[in-house]
Ligand binder design. Structure first.
Ligand SMILES: Cc1ncc(COP(=O)(O)O)c(C=O)c1O
Length: 417
């Protein structure tokens, strides 16, 4: 990477970037919404494409000089459509939250009824939480998981849909360790004449490897972020059936965004090409194998997990039985170089800011090449730390394990400022 000018012109920022490179190299990222994208993706992001204004869409721009930008964006669109078997792709969303809001703008009217998953049981803020614009503009009614199984119950959802008659049902989640049965959701939507939105941001990579059901042909609209299990840049896309294409494009530009970030669009094109390779399927399978092994190790070590395990890339550890809050647990792990995040646990007493769980997963560890053997080592040391919080000897043991694994499974090996 060419960082010479940055180092010379802004040593203060250069030094902080170097520190962040070192943090990522020398720690284990287990936040399930994070990943390590390829150097090719990073390179595409740091290009002069960022200098160009390109309001509009390929061949329909408001500025001149877009002949190469048009080709880049068209490549991204074509690759996205092929990868996801989608009839239409909009690759301009800057991130997942504005993409969801644009979908609502396109397909709903303020005050329309929508069903989405509760934030404290796994859903995302943009799935109707009152602090988010989604919850303020639209009349969201929220479904959750069953208290006994801590899993979605499709019969309950069908009943709710029949009673509420929503215009749209939002599926997908940010902290749910099981799968979404899109075919079954489609049937429910058809029964009540609702639009089906699949927000596959978290498990998108698993959809490509068939470790999770694919959203098409069942969903009407699909939104995914590109930086999680897809291993791309920090961004998002919207995929739709043809009949919604025009409305979605209009809702992104001029509805909610201005000039698209073409450097990010180029990086998305690079990540779609990477995800189309057979190696990506192997990678995504391994994410799930690793998550299942990690969950089994936790259970063997006596930890309690939401829904008793995982079918995807993430899991939630209940900290209350250990006498801890999620903050205490995640901060103890971060001290030793394992990064997770605190999270609510369904039906528990914690708040969003002071919850009683830890959410963690395997996408980034799998990107480093780790397999089941490493998951057992990591699972055991995490359990040991959580059961012996504030024990300096165990913290030292954690740091040693992290250092050894980071040395054995390097990331961004040659990268330095
Ligand atoms: C399911 C889901 N939807 C949407 C988003 C929003 O994405 P972003 O953070 O890019 O706005 C996230 C991010 O965590 C998510 O998990």
């Amino acid at each position: 990477m060419i960082y010479q000018s940055l180092k010379k012109q802004d040593p203060e920022i250069a030094e902080l970037i170097q520190k962040e490179i070192d943090r990522q190299k020398n720690g284990l990222v287990m936040i399930p919404s994070e990943n390590h994208c390829s150097v090719a993706v990073l390179e595409a992001m740091g290009t002069v494409l960022s200098n160009k204004y390109a309001e509009g869409y390929p061949q329909k721009r408001y500025y001149t000089g877009n002949q190469y930008i048009d080709q880049i964006e068209q490549l991204a669109i074509d690759r996205a459509k092929k990868l996801f078997s989608a009839e239409h792709a909009n690759v301009q969303p800057n991130a997942g939250s504005p993409a969801n809001l644009a979908i609502y703008l396109a397909l709903l009217k303020p005050g329309d009824k929508v069903m989405g998953m509760k934030l404290d049981q796994g859903g995302h803020l943009t799935h109707g939480h009152p602090v988010n614009l989604s919850g303020q503009l639209y009349n969201f009614v929220q479904y959750g998981v069953r208290k006994d199984t801590e899993q979605i119950d499709l019969d309950e959802i069908r009943e709710m849909a029949k009673k509420e008659k929503p215009k749209m049902i939002v599926t997908g989640a940010t902290a749910y360790p099981r799968i979404f049965d899109f075919k079954a959701f489609r049937k429910i939507c058809d029964e009540v004449d609702a639009i089906l939105l699949a927000d596959i941001s978290h498990f998108v990579g698993l959809c490509l490897s068939d470790d999770h059901p694919k959203p098409f042909p069942f969903a009407d609209v699909v939104m995914t972020t590109t930086h999680k299990t897809l291993r791309g840049p920090r961004s998002a896309i919207i995929l739709t059936k043809k009949e919604y294409a025009k409305a979605i494009d209009k809702a992104i530009f001029p509805g909610t965004q201005g000039g698209p970030l073409e450097n990010m669009i180029a990086a998305k094109a690079v990540c779609f090409a990477e995800a189309a390779k057979p190696e990506f399927k192997t990678y995504a399978h391994q994410i799930v194998l690793n998550a299942k092994t990690l969950a089994e190790t936790f259970i063997q070590e006596g930890l309690e997990l939401v829904s008793g395990g995982t079918d995807n890339h993430l899991m939630l550890i209940k900290c209350a039985p250990l006498g801890l809050t999620g903050r205490q647990g995640s901060e103890a792990l971060a001290q030793g170089g394992i990064y997770t995040n605190r999270n609510t646990i369904p039906y528990d007493t914690g708040t969003a800011f002071e919850p009683t769980g830890i959410r963690l997963g395997t996408p980034a560890l799998t990107s480093r090449g780790m397999k089941e053997g490493q998951m057992k080592i990591i699972g055991k040391i995490i359990a040991k730390v959580l059961k012996n919080i504030n024990n300096d000897n165990i913290l030292k043991e954690l740091k040693d394990v992290v250092a050894q694994l980071c040395q054995e499974f390097p990331v961004y090996k040659e990268m330095t400022i």
